[in-house]
Design a protein around this ligand. Structure first.
Ligand code: ATP
Length: 609
């Protein structure tokens, strides 16, 4: 364990000693204890009243206080802040003053006076609830607020209704701090005196009995009276500690023989029609996305913070404040809550509830198909991790669990993947991309993939959407968007690195200077779709797409040859007026004046702004 700063330790010890000192002082006076003046029957009765009233009060506090803590943690707006302040007020009041207020309410002539709670066991419970509730409510609010909202969001996309999410995700995660809050509330209720003495002097609770005994017999008779108080409080703390102990996490048995993941021969499903009109205004950021796409798979690319994840969340129905119109094949999904949208959602942070093993995570969806879950566990190498909890997984393993969980569902219309392969190593990433693509091809779904990797977008998607600053800057078929990005920013988002200037010639070639004219062809084989002749443009090809070749189409000059790195030879060359960094085959020996080839379909061209 990391060493603590000396000053911190000293300050902590000083307060600890101060809290311990009265107990030590009491122990030193044990010899003076006078049992003769103590009515043991009355003492036992008072102790019984205190244990029973504190337990009942704690039960009621838990029953109502845990939901209140949740409302305070998740609620928005002035009324939540106001309510959050009100529930703390009993802490600020002297207990006697709290008792006075309770008398106004429950005493003779008060609005609830007819209940007859004063001078009654129920009055003790009422007084204890009043003073002890804040301990549980504050603990529950902090515990719920500490839960990553993405865990609840993803549970909703997996088909769980709000009540189930509260029971199966939020409550288990908040349980330990809540238990600590319940123990504190019990202790506070058990030791409650001021409000009780005002509202319900009879029957005697232990604190009231102690006060009466002190008045009648003085300090020496206090020690026998205090003893049961201390013993019961210690017992309650021990029980709380035991309940909140870390539970041994048993391993989950491995699954049996597995069915094949997919039938590879399955025909590609027809495209889906997605229409989006999303609008969300935030301080400093506005998401305004309009999209009309007919495709099976759409990739969204954009710089960090451009609104990619927000778009995905809005499609899933998780951005409640977004004015989000989402239509799939003409069906309006906008009124549907996330649990009814039939989405398989893999969020960026994976959102794995920490209290579920890998096996349970993968089977967490309401409509999980066990065979499919098992097949995905096998395909993603998760079988040996089935009994592990998320905190014992690497980021890549967590990502695989999130993928398996999403694909184990029976009813899916939309697959929403937020950088689903980003944490995986290169070989696994490539394999998984192929595997997922093969599965998606066989499903009647629309996939929306958020990625930073243009190669991934090109490999997986039919349509590409480029976002910047919350707006779509380019959208269309992947081939068209890659060939004609439309702007430098779009070209760079698509991975353009070797960039040069040029002018469109009447014959459709690009004049790049020094008498070199590049031939351009649209990758779809359509016409080049270029700006008009005379227009100034910029052009780009990927570093490995400019290849030195003896019979190459264009003259060039190699300015520098680097040592081989990662199986490729970096070079700098002059092509027309452009100085370009390229990656050549390691066997390439070209030097000085040479010729290069560029596939006309690989050239990206866009007008100069
Ligand atoms: N509560 C908020 N208040 C103000 N701005 C916010 C809030 N939440 C998110 N944003 C902004 O919304 C924008 C879009 O966020 P989003 O998570 O969609 O980005 P992204 O494109 O997915 O980024 P990355 O690639 O880094 O994941 C960001 O610029 C972010 O700062």
């Amino acid at each position: 364990m990391r060493r603590m700063p000396g000053a911190v330790r000293v300050l902590a010890c000083l307060l600890g000693l101060w809290l311990l000192a009265p107990f030590v002082a009491g122990l030193l006076r044990l010899g003076d204890a006078d049992w003769s003046g103590v009515d043991r029957t009355a003492l036992a009765r008072a102790a019984g009243v205190s244990v029973a009233s504190a337990s009942l009060a704690t039960l009621l506090i838990g029953l109502f206080g845990i939901p209140l803590g949740y409302v305070l943690a998740r609620g928005r707006g002035w009324w939540t802040a106001w309510l959050g302040g009100v529930v703390q007020l009993p802490l600020a009041l002297p207990p006697l003053a709290g008792g006075v207020l309770l008398l106004f309410l429950l005493g003779y002539g008060g609005p609830l006076g007819a209940l007859g709670l004063s001078e009654h066991f129920a009055g003790i419970v009422a007084a204890e609830m009043f003073v002890a509730s804040p301990f549980l409510i504050i603990a529950a609010r902090s515990a719920f607020a500490a839960i990553d909202p993405a865990l609840e969001d993803v549970a909703a996309t997996l088909g769980h209704r709000p009540g189930t999410i509260f029971r199966r995700v939020s409550l288990p995660l908040a349980w330990r701090p809540i238990l600590a809050g319940l123990v504190l509330a019990w202790l506070r209720a058990f030791g409650e005196f001021g409000a009780t003495v005002m509202l319900a002097y009879h029957p005697y609770s232990l604190p009231v009995f102690t006060y009466v005994a002190f008045g009648e017999a003085g300090l020496p008779s206090m020690l026998p009276v205090l003893a049961p108080t201390l013993v019961l409080a210690a017992l309650a703390m021990a029980v709380g500690h035991w309940l909140a102990r870390p539970v041994a996490r048993g391993a989950v048995p491995r699954t049996g023989p597995l069915p094949p993941l997919i039938d590879r021969a399955v025909a590609e499903a027809p495209p889906r029609h997605l229409m989006l009109a999303l609008r969300r205004d935030l301080p400093g950021f506005t998401l305004d996305v309009r999209l009309d796409s007919r495709a099976r798979r759409i990739a969204i690319l954009g710089p960090s913070g451009s609104g990619k994840s927000m778009t995905l969340r809005a499609i899933a129905g998780l951005e409640e404040r977004a004015g989000a119109q989402v239509r799939l094949d003409g069906r309006d999904l906008s009124p549907l809550p996330p649990e009814q949208r039939a989405v398989a959602y893999v969020p960026q942070g994976y959102a794995l509830p920490p209290h579920l093993t890998v096996a349970r995570q993968v089977r967490f969806a309401v409509d999980c198909v066990p065979d499919r879950a098992a097949a995905w566990m096998a395909a993603l190498g998760l079988e040996d991790l089935a009994g592990r909890y998320p905190d014992a997984l690497s980021p890549g393993q967590r990502q695989r669990v999130a993928l398996a969980r999403a694909f184990a569902r029976r009813n899916v219309d939309l697959v929403l993947l937020d950088e689903p392969f980003s944490a995986l190593d290169a070989p696994l990433r490539a394999r998984l991309r192929r595997e997922v693509l093969a599965v998606l091809r066989g499903m009647q779904v629309l996939t929306v993939l958020v990625t930073h990797d243009p190669a991934e977008a090109l490999a997986m998607a039919e349509d590409v959407v480029l976002l910047d600053g919350g707006r779509v800057i380019r959208a269309g078929s992947a081939a068209a968007v890659f060939a004609r990005p439309g702007s430098e920013l779009a070209a760079r988002l698509l991975g353009a690195e070797a960039i040069g200037d040029g002018v469109v010639r009447p014959d459709g070639r690009i004049d790049v200077g020094q008498g070199v004219a590049l031939q351009v062809r649209h990758p779809d084989g359509e016409r080049a779709d270029l700006p008009p002749p005379g227009a100034r443009v910029r052009w780009s090809a990927r570093p490995y797409q400019i290849r030195p070749a003896e019979e190459g189409a264009y003259p060039a000059r190699i300015l520098w040859r680097g040592p081989i790195q990662d199986g490729q030879r970096p070079m700098r060359l002059l092509l027309g007026d452009a100085e370009l960094e390229i990656l050549a085959d390691p066997s390439c020996m070209a030097e000085g004046a040479c010729r290069v080839d560029i596939d006309p379909a690989c050239l990206q061209v866009w007008p100069v702004a």
